[in-house]
Write a protein that binds this ligand. Structure first.
Ligand SMILES: Nc1nc2c(ncn2[C@@H]2O[C@H](COP(=O)(O)OP(=O)(O)OP(=O)(O)O)[C@@H](O)[C@H]2O)c(=O)[nH]1
Length: 321
């Protein structure tokens, strides 16, 4: 998962993906745009889908007519996957018929470019869209990112968790939550000072973010030194593995904490899971995670408790698998 930041991105930080079966069209578009943004190019809808499974372009320029999978079908598949649904796309089309234009807009494109392309229009249309996107992305980060830790804040949780849970029900997939809390943090602040405390929270969040491997996994600061990790499409055993990995990665930071029996900073975690066909509310899931966190604290801290009540202590094993 990408580590968030509230710094402003520039046009030159953006990346676009050009999807066109004709190598000449790919070359023309990338040559026209490469001094404005970084460009990657692929030659089919399937390659675009594979690319987006690993990378998040700021914009896709999508040819409409392609063999095997056309631009409309490709964007439909991207839109049906929550991981790729928000990637904006512009169609590049040689048809300016009314019904074709209507079809492009109906599929959710942000704009379209007519073929044969006009160099000046393509450059300015892409530039103007990306400038607008950079501003709205920045505003969204200001609203949703906690300034101290650079992870999501409660506003994000309130606006997005209901949809994540609904997606899980709709797709009949499990969703898990990990609620974690820094152990003996009051003592840490008392001993090392509040500024060091802030610093410690930042380090933990940055490190934990690196260990959330799927693009849809995210971490939210729910308050003080308490954080929620949201894991869409993850069952209880998967969540346990992630939670143990997070405990391991905080242990591996080796932040001194002389007033803890572990002698370094640790976290405790409670997990809750909603199976695709279960009807559990967000409040219920939060309570379940909170109750399990409480059990983990009482069992000695630096451990994970899932809904089956099983306790696992921090595994020092850290795996990126
Ligand atoms: N430095 C710093 N401290 C914070 C922040 N938010 C909350 N805290 C402190 O975190 C501490 C939490 O203390 P407690 O809730 O007693 O929990 P704890 O000491 O971690 O004990 P256990 O959770 O039982 O292991 C309080 O002293 C809060 O002031 C923050 O943003 N920065």
């Amino acid at each position: 998962m990408v580590v968030n930041s509230v710094t402003k991105r520039r046009l030159s930080d953006c990346k676009i993906l050009i999807v066109d079966d004709q190598s000449s069209s790919r070359l023309v578009l990338s040559t026209l745009l490469e001094d404005i943004v970084a460009c990657d190019a692929v030659k089919s809808g399937q390659e675009a889908i594979d690319y987006c499974a690993n990378y998040r372009p700021d914009l896709i320029l999508m040819d409409v007519v392609m063999p095997e999978m056309d631009g409309h079908e490709t964007t439909k598949i991207l839109a049906s996957n929550p991981d790729t649904a928000t990637i904006p796309f512009m169609f590049v089309t040689s048809s300016n018929a009314d019904d074709e234009q209507a079809k492009c807009w109906a599929s959710g494109c942000v704009d379209f470019i007519e073929k044969p392309i006009n160099a000046c229009t393509v450059r300015n249309r892409v530039k103007s869209y990306l400038q607008h996107k950079l501003k709205s992305d920045f505003l969204e980060r200001l609203i949703y990112i906690d300034r101290l830790t650079c992870v999501y804040n409660r506003h994000y949780l309130e606006d997005h968790l209901p949809n994540i849970i609904k997606d899980g029900t709709r797709n009949n997939t499990a969703t898990s939550l990990i609620l974690f809390d820094v152990d003996y943090f009051k003592k840490y602040n008392d001993h090392y000072g509040h500024l060091e405390g802030d610093n410690c929270l930042f380090k933990i969040c940055q490190n934990v973010s690196k260990y959330l491997l799927r693009p849809m996994d995210c971490i939210v600061r729910v308050g003080g030194e308490e954080f929620l990790v949201i894991l869409p499409n993850t069952d209880e055993s998967g969540a346990r593995q992630v939670a143990n990995r997070l405990l391991g990665c905080v242990n591996e930071l080796h932040i001194n904490h002389s007033d803890s029996e572990f002698k370094h900073v640790t976290i405790s975690a409670g997990v809750s899971t909603k199976l695709g066909n279960e009807n559990k509310s967000i409040d219920y899931l939060m309570l379940e995670a909170d109750r399990n966190l409480y059990v983990a604290k009482n069992a000695g801290r630096n451990r994970v408790v899932c809904r089956d009540g099983k306790i696992s202590s921090a595994s020092a094993e850290i795996s990126f698998a």
